[in-house]
Each structure stands twice: as structure tokens, then as C-alpha cells.
Design a protein around this ligand. Structure first.
Ligand SMILES: NC(=O)C1=CN([C@@H]2O[C@H](COP(=O)(O)OP(=O)(O)OC[C@H]3O[C@@H](n4cnc5c(N)ncnc54)[C@H](O)[C@@H]3O)[C@@H](O)[C@H]2O)C=CC1
Ligand SMILES: Cc1cc2nc3c(=O)[nH]c(=O)nc-3n(C[C@H](O)[C@H](O)[C@H](O)COP(=O)(O)O)c2cc1C
Length: 164
């Protein structure tokens, strides 16, 4: 049987296109945010998403304590924001680069995101290096931005929304 090393896995995963999201939180542990492509719909009853967060990330203790988050799905044009929240940038600098509203859970909601899902974290399952955060949605805001954003082959790509 072929051994799957980390590089083989990542090279294959680089071919799996994914939406780009900024995941934010606020609460007793303070404000934090990071970029995530590992986000997926789980069930619509109750409406639930999952977010995979590396336990080694500096933001992990903040999400772990606050138990609420907002998934902000980025539109084309928000690539620099994705890079800021995906790098080793100070938290204040990340949030200063955009406009935010406060969602129902108290988490920052990104103005101009394609969609924002305001959630309570209801379950956490640890697998390998990551925590899978199961997130029950409390409120949704979405915008008719014409172009979506995808992370594919280690680069950003713009997706056109067909006229409807
Ligand atoms: N799920 C995750 O934790 C992800 C983390 N990243 C971070 O951003 C950096 C840049 O990513 P790329 O330019 O796409 O190049 P890359 O070669 O490091 O990763 C290629 C693909 O492998 C997957 N991946 C990478 N690191 C992972 C991890 N620790 N756990 C699970 N899946 C992982 C993702 O699908 C990623 O797009 C990565 O090295 C990683 O630090 C990026 C995407 C997903
Ligand atoms: C396009 C992209 C997608 C990413 N997806 C994830 C993800 O799904 N889960 C994750 O834990 N980290 C992901 N990362 C890495 C985190 O954004 C990064 O580790 C996070 O900003 C924490 O960094 P910090 O430790 O400096 O705070 C991604 C980074 C980029 C650029």
C-alpha cells in the first residue's frame, strides 16, 4: 500500500478548489480571526457548518473559550484581507483593514462579504492536528456581490456569478 506523506496529501489537496472565509470571534477571551478554506455545510436541520482549525494556531485558545464564531465568505477583491488573516499579522492590524458590524452572537461580521454565518459552536471533535468546530447558525446575511473567490492551486481565482 502506498504511504501518503504530508507533501503528497497537500499536493493533491491543492487541486481541490475551495471558498475562502475569514472566521471571526469575540467574547470573554477577546477578538480574533483567521482565514480558512476548510469550511463545509453539514446539515440544514439544524443549519450547521463545520470549520477546521489547527490547534497550533495563535487564535485557537480564543475560539476555544468564546464558543461563538462568524464565517465570512469572501468575494473577489478581498484577497489582501485573506492574506492578512492567514499570516502572522497582529490581530489589531487584521481587523483595522476592513469594516465590521457586530452579529447576533457578538462576533464581527465583515461588510462586503458574499455571505456571513453567525454561529454558536455546539461540538468540537479533535482529529490529528485540527479541531473540527461544529457551528449552529443563528443568523445569516448575504450580499449580491457579482464575483466569488476560490483558493485553487495555491492561488486565488475569481468566479463569475451567472445572471439570474
Ligand atoms: N486546513 C488547513 O489547515 C489549511 C491550512 N492552510 C495553510 O495555508 C498555507 C498555504 O496553503 P497552500 O498555499 O494551499 O499550500 P500547501 O501546499 O501548504 O497546502 C495545499 C493544500 O493542502 C491542504 N492543507 C495545507 N495545510 C494543511 C493542514 N495543516 N491541514 C490540513 N490540510 C492542509 C489545504 O487544502 C491546502 O490548500 C498552508 O501551508 C497552511 O499553513 C491552507 C489551507 C487549508
Ligand atoms: C487560503 C488559506 C486557507 C487557510 N485555511 C485554513 C483552515 O481551513 N484551517 C486552519 O486552521 N488554518 C487555515 N489557514 C491558515 C490560517 O489562516 C493561519 O494559520 C491563521 O491565520 C493562524 O495564524 P496565526 O497563528 O498567525 O494566528 C489558511 C490560510 C490560507 C492563506
Amino acid at each position: 500500500m502506498m504511504a501518503i506523506n504530508q507533501q503528497t496529501f497537500r499536493d493533491a489537496m491543492a487541486c481541490v478548489g475551495a471558498a475562502v472565509n475569514i472566521i471571526t470571534t469575540d467574547g470573554d477571551a477577546g477578538q480574533a480571526g483567521f482565514t480558512a478554506s476548510a469550511v463545509c455545510s453539514v446539515t440544514d436541520s439544524p443549519p450547521t457548518l463545520l470549520v477546521c482549525l489547527n490547534r497550533a494556531a495563535s487564535v485557537w485558545p480564543v475560539f476555544n473559550q468564546n464558543r461563538a464564531l462568524c464565517v465570512n465568505t469572501l468575494a473577489a477583491g478581498q484577497e489582501s484581507l485573506s492574506n492578512l488573516f492567514g499570516g502572522k499579522t497582529a490581530m489589531a492590524e487584521r481587523f483595522a483593514a476592513a469594516q465590521w458590524q457586530t452579529g447576533e452572537t457578538g462576533c464581527p461580521r465583515l461588510e462586503g462579504a458574499l455571505a456571513s454565518f453567525d454561529c454558536h459552536i455546539t461540538q468540537v471533535v479533535s482529529v490529528g492536528t485540527h479541531d473540527i468546530l461544529f457551528c449552529e447558525i443563528q443568523a445569516i446575511v448575504h450580499h449580491p456581490a457579482p464575483e466569488g473567490l476560490v483558493w485553487f492551486n495555491r492561488h486565488y481565482h475569481t468566479l463569475m456569478r451567472p445572471a439570474c
